[in-house]
Design a protein around this ligand. Sequence first.
Ligand code: PLP
Length: 409
Amino acid sequence: MSYDLEQIRQDFPILQRQVYGRPLVYLDNGATTQKPRCVVEAMTEEYYNVNANVHRGVHFLSQKATDLHEQSRETVRRFLNANSVNEIIFTRGTTESMNLVASCFSEAFMQEGDEVIISTLEHHSNIVPWQLAQNRKGIKLRVIPITDEGNICLDEYEKLFTNRTRIVSVAHVSNVLGTINPVKEMIEIAHAHGVPVLIDGAQSTPHMAVDVQQLDCDFIAFSGHKMYGPTGVGVLYGREKWLDRLPPYMGGGEMIKRVSFEQTTFNELPYKFEAGTPDYIATTGLAQAIDYVCQLGMDSIEAHERDLAQYAVSRLQQIPGMQLYGPMAYGAEGAGPLSFNVEGIHHLDMGTLLDRLGVAVRTGHHCAEPLMHRLGVDGTVRASFGLYNTRAEIDVLASSIERVCKMFA
Ligand code: PLP
């Protein structure tokens, strides 16, 4: 499939709709993405013709549903270039994946006074799970500072390692500033100290090729709904040697080998971490979404979104009073979300008025309050791009911002 934007947009029925009598310009892809027809159809087809609980039945439908579910796991393995399907755990999303690692890793490998390194850029789902572990076990959070441009201070990162550092947990791409963190280098540094790394891939996996062997990461988390798949399903990749050593996260059906009142033994990977009925319809949808983006080509998607982001920076920078945040505002390449404020206009007012003009953006703290504090603002407007957005839509964003500015003038 070549990168034919017109054709691609036809695959997403919602993009044809209007809001308030205007064509929808959907620029909230960092929060969630729209779904191509093939994803919805595959899930509907499974509900209509295959539905049965997986792994449990000897009957025809259960075996078919199990086959589909396990094929989806193989699709995810291929997508991430993981060594084995044992390393692919289905979860409800990035948040659950991050909580799983924070909870199980701290339980198994951290004592009072041990440290986790995170960064100033993190989404709350990479802060609060570690704070819960802090409350339970008395571990400490050490935070990598960022520069005024919104980049991780690598020198400071290196200095944070002590003989109590047990894990590093950082975002691949910032959901606010679009910063692409140098995670390969950060992983190398951590490994040189004998420390494993968890990557929050929520904002990278939909936008660029992510190869876990090339990155050499120990864990990576992502959400299906942010990459054109359904809600309710996500992934935790974990290196087998780590997953083997972690205790289960939740107890229940599927994650056990044998249960008695005296003693219970646990199932093998990946099922040890998948208690209860998985959302097997959603895993089918996720696999379809992965096939869809892979057919387009992750490199083509990245190139397209980089072009859009750069074009957006150049258009928005011309607006008087515009304050753009993050490395892209300083000339760095990036395809990620673009945050801004316009002098004298509250981000919530800007977002609300843009909405009335048909432009969907996000406003507020973006679940990154410590980062807002670092930037010295209580919130921003965020435009985030997807594989189906166009330069014409960026023009609508820019002219709509200008209209809002005129209303406030
Ligand atoms: N991490 C980052 C960087 C995110 O942008 C998000 C969602 O916006 C999350 C984690 C949480 O993802 P989810 O709500 O799908 O679990």
